[in-house]
Design a protein around this ligand. Sequence first.
Ligand code: PHE
Length: 339
Amino acid sequence: MKEKLDGIRLAALGMIEEARDTSRLNDIRVKYLGKSGEISAIMRDMANVPKEDRPAMGKLVNEMRGEVENALLLKTKTLSRLEEERKLKAEEIDVTLPSGGKKLGTLHPLTLIKKELIEIFAGMGFSVDEGPEIESDLFNFQLLNIPKDHPSRDMQDTFYVNDNIVLRTQTSAMQARIMTTTKPPIRVVVPGKVYRSDDDASHSPIFNQFEGLAIDKHITMGDLQGCLQTFAQKIFSKDTKVRLRPSYFPFTEPSVEVDVTCSMCHGKGCRVCKGTGWVEILGAGIVNPAVLDMCGIDSSIYSGFAFGFGIDRIAMIKYGIPNIKLLYENDVRFLKQFN
Ligand code: PHE
């Protein structure tokens, strides 16, 4: 029995000595001290030891168990300290390393163009106004000489909220709002979002327009042309030429469609201008006297011009952007080119 005990003791202490981690120590604890462990088995065997030997034997077993427990305890302490150190080492952060750097956002190209446009027109004495995107039929259409069921409504595929409320199809709605509330002289530009049920490479159901309105005594088509010439040369380049073609809008009379020489090829002909050297950029005209009168401005005293264009279109021409969707997808690889 004594030899057997010694054998177990040596084996246990040897295993503890060699253990390299705390989970191994746990296995050893189970193997010797667990319910069905070897030392526990010996304790149970005590019944077979002759009565007179039992006290001495019991003492021996208890000592041995104490020795193994102690060894386990000591080794557990050592190993868990080592494990802790290893874990801390693995999670170490070098605070002296240089950081990855902060990524700064940039202004969206449409915002950049809008700011530039406002700057240009402010330089010609225009103030800036904004208006509602959910607009009444009255301002978006009727006061602009587009009565209900008028065929010219087909020019714009309108999103109707109900019979009298629309998502504004044009910033021209603000012309009516401003004329009904402001006494001339008026010189104002209105940037803003507009909505149309239209969707292809050059049309998005939501896009941005820029409206201009000037009303005073003796305003003529010459004023409109000069104003647009200045604008085109500032937003594109000094050598940009402007061309006016007759057109039709219910709220201007006469109306014009305005082309500029292509800013990509300077009039030589390229992909952007489809080889013509010119690109159409806006609609404009002399404010229809009927509109002035409907909005409460005496057309026998005052006249005015108005124009409206897509900010998106200006951005596409200026930067050679082939698809309007690129302006709304917000792909960072696209956006970061406009620093
Ligand atoms: N509102 C017109 C459009 O969206 C453009 C325009 C504005 C035409 C002002 C004339 C005067 O097509």
